[in-house]
Design a protein around this ligand. Structure first.
Ligand code: ADP
Ligand code: MG
Length: 393
């Protein structure tokens, strides 16, 4: 189980044409009927079926004949479509090792043509479970018409749009490089997640910086909602970078205060435990005996001058709309509870009793091979699908 991009170099134009046809069919079919794939791809002389066999061999599609003869994309198939697009755009030239695996993402090092190392985050919403307020079963029952392709794409788009807008407003975030489908490419952050940091020269300064970020976010109308030691990176100079934005919400969200307080609480708790910093348990509780360490004031949500909608323009400039935000909020932690309505997509769902969310798929990457590219392969690749990938050494 790995992200083996080797096959990417051997896939032909027709392979990608059929793979794209399956993707298109999945807009309204969980399993795309083979003849529909054939119709969309439009290859002559039954070419589609031969190509499907090849895609199946490479585990880029999954065959399902339980109801009818049909196909769906695997994660790997979707990964290939995204990576291919990024390669064609000249953004990515090589895929390297996996540097992170989250519940809902896989993170890889990638290289640009000039050798710059960047980070590629592949969103996998629906892989294990949602960070949903509701249980997975509930989710599956009510909302499975949103398939993982759609949700993962939305999560990536949201992450990209927020990263870009936050960066433009001077927040310490990775540079948002590009985004395609469920994939975000960003700059590599030097340093380590805070959770791995055992010692700091100036823990109270770092804490102050981090708390300052939570406040500044709120002033810009935003709450991170997953602000913890896993999503804060620290470099050797104790500079802070925040990452991981798919669950951010607006300060106008009805649970905004709770999410804000939870983010703050998380940070204070971690610092107090790991670096022995004292802090006020709550706004009115204050332990005098620990006051020898400089107190860092706990921000209160109500006292922050918040600017709602401030980033809306920038976000929609990246193609992330209010509707997208509403959609994604229904599924990830920080989001609203499911609406109790019979909206059109609920009705649609009832018609689609066979829909389901991907469980762990055999194509999900767990570790990765470096691309070791021989010249011959490289030429083949360039000829067949415009992949030009540099040597890895
Ligand atoms: P998840 O949503 O799965 O938690 P994250 O965006 O938090 O994904 O990334 C998971 C891990 O990958 C991080 O804790 C960090 O170690 C690493 N990582 C993510 N983005 C970067 C980056 N831009 N630079 C360096 N490491 C990163
Ligand atoms: Mg994270």
């Amino acid at each position: 189980m790995k992200l083996d991009v080797d096959a990417l170099r051997y896939l032909s134009k027709d392979d990608f044409r059929v793979l794209t046809a399956v993707e298109m069919g999945m807009r309204n079919h969980e399993i795309v009927p083979a003849e529909l794939v054939d119709r969309i791809a439009g290859l002559k002389h039954g070419g589609t079926y031969k190509v499907l066999k090849n895609l199946l061999k490479h585990k880029l599609v999954h065959h399902d004949s339980s109801k009818y003869d049909g196909f769906r994309l695997t994660y790997l198939g979707y990964d290939f479509l995204a990576i291919k697009a990024l390669v064609n755009r000249g953004v990515v030239a090589a895929v390297g090792r996996q540097i992170g695996v989250g519940k809902e993402s896989d993170i890889f090092e990638v290289a640009a043509e000039d050798g710059t190392i960047m980070v590629m985050k592949l969103h996998r919403l629906g892989r294990v479970s949602f960070r949903a307020v509701k249980s997975k079963r509930d989710y599956l029952k009510h909302r499975s018409s949103y398939n993982w392709l759609y949700l993962s794409r939305l999560a990536a788009l949201k992450e990209y749009a927020f990263m870009k807008a936050l960066g433009e407003h001077g927040f310490p975030v990775p540079d948002a490089v590009d985004c395609n489908r469920h994939c975000v490419v960003m700059s590599l952050v030097q340093g380590y997640p805070l959770v791995q940091v055992k010692q700091l020269q100036n823990p109270d300064e770092v804490l102050e910086t981090i708390v300052g970020l939570v406040v500044r976010l709120a002033e810009h109308g935003l709450i991170h909602c997953d602000f913890n030691e896993f999503n804060i990176m620290i470099d050797d100079n104790e500079q802070v970078t925040m990452i991981d934005f798919p669950q951010m919400v607006s300060v106008s969200h009805r649970n905004a205060k709770m999410y804000f307080d939870r983010d703050v609480e998380c940070i204070f708790k971690f610092f107090s435990k790991r670096f022995n910093l004292s802090y006020q348990e709550s706004e009115d509780e204050y332990d005098e005996t620990e006051a020898d360490v400089e107190e860092i004031e706990r921000p209160s949500f109500s006292s922050i001058a918040k600017t709602t909608g401030f980033l809306d323009k920038e976000l929609s400039a990246s193609g992330f709309t209010r509707k997208d935000q509403d959609d994604i909020e229904k599924f990830i932690e920080g989001g609203t509870e499911q609406k109790d309505t019979t909206s059109s997509d609920d009705e649609e769902l009832e018609d689609q009793e066979h829909t389901h969310i991907e469980a762990t798929d055999d194509s999900v990457a767990e570790n990765i091979d470096f691309l070791d590219l021989e010249d011959q392969k490289q030429e083949d690749a360039a000829a067949s699908c415009n992949v030009s990938i540099q040597n890895e050494d």
